[in-house]
Write a protein that binds this ligand. Structure first.
Ligand code: AP5
Length: 217
């Protein structure tokens, strides 16, 4: 199955894509996580991406399209869930072109819809594990032990772009460049708008219901 999950920063893309990957056995391809790995490894791509990520603007399309083409090609035959990609209409077009003629292309597009006020509260309270990438929230989804990952016991960190100032830039970037991607898909196929303001388990149940309806036997 090939799944696209769209949504503003903090809408819950990473949280739900990770649950989707586990339940449906697909690869979780997060453009943000791949970029952060490239940065941590000090690669040329990581160095090029750094200033864009820290300011809350988008990394140029050509770099992202090449990076995600590599990731989708390397994904197993079970398919993948795309988290944070495509993020511009040009990226969406490039994805369509790369999938042209490939077994029906994308199976489902899910759009997580969330209020701006919820975004700021979620992002400033997010903590993540630098080792395994698990995501928590200081209030909504705290780890069992304060500041420590449940899965591997590593100390949790706050992303450098999770300050209130950068979040506002990321939201502005989202409205200018990523919301048009939702419209792009809506002119071509059904887009499953899901109210993502609710608690994570309720949102996951709705998403799973939509995916079950399209999943291949
Ligand atoms: P990226 O890492 O993709 O960041 P983002 O899109 O801003 O999304 P987030 O990771 O902040 O949020 P999310 O929706 O995954 O929410 P999460 O599940 O963590 O991108 C970072 C940067 O990389 C970009 O700014 C850009 O520079 C660059 N980049 C990446 N992709 C690119 C591309 N395609 N093109 C160009 N540049 C690109 O949840 C957030 C918090 O809320 C967590 O603490 C979670 O526990 C909590 N939470 C989630 N759901 C709920 C819920 N229902 N109820 C309560 N709490 C919840």
């Amino acid at each position: 199955m090939r799944i696209v999950v769209l949504g503003a920063p903090g809408a819950g893309k990473g949280t739900h894509c990770s649950r989707i990957a586990e339940k449906y056995g697909v690869a979780h391809l997060s453009s943000g996580d791949i970029l952060r790995r490239e940065r941590a490894e000090g690669t040329e791509l990581g160095r090029k991406a750094q200033s864009y990520m820290d300011s809350g603007t988008l990394v140029p399309d050509d770099l992202i399209v090449e990076m995600m083409s590599k990731a989708t090609r390397a994904a197993g035959t079970a398919g993948y869930v795309l988290d944070g990609f495509p993020r511009t209409v040009n990226q969406a077009k490039a994805l369509d072109e790369s999938l042209d003629g490939q077994d029906g292309g994308i199976d489902i597009v899910v759009n997580l819809v969330v209020d701006d006020g919820v975004v700021v509260e979620r992002i400033t309270g997010r903590r993540s594990c630098p080792a395994c990438g698990a995501v928590y929230h200081v209030k909504n989804m705290p780890p069992r032990e304060d500041g420590v990952c449940d899965k591997d016991g590593v100390a949790l960190v706050q992303r450098p772009d999770d300050t209130e100032e950068v979040v506002n830039n990321r939201l502005q970037t989202y409205y200018e460049q990523t919301e048009p991607v939702v419209e792009y898909y809506k002119t071509r196929r059904t887009v499953h708008d899901i109210d993502a303001n609710e608690d994570a388990d309720s949102v996951a149940d709705i998403i799973f219901g939509r995916l079950d309806a399209v999943s291949r036997p």
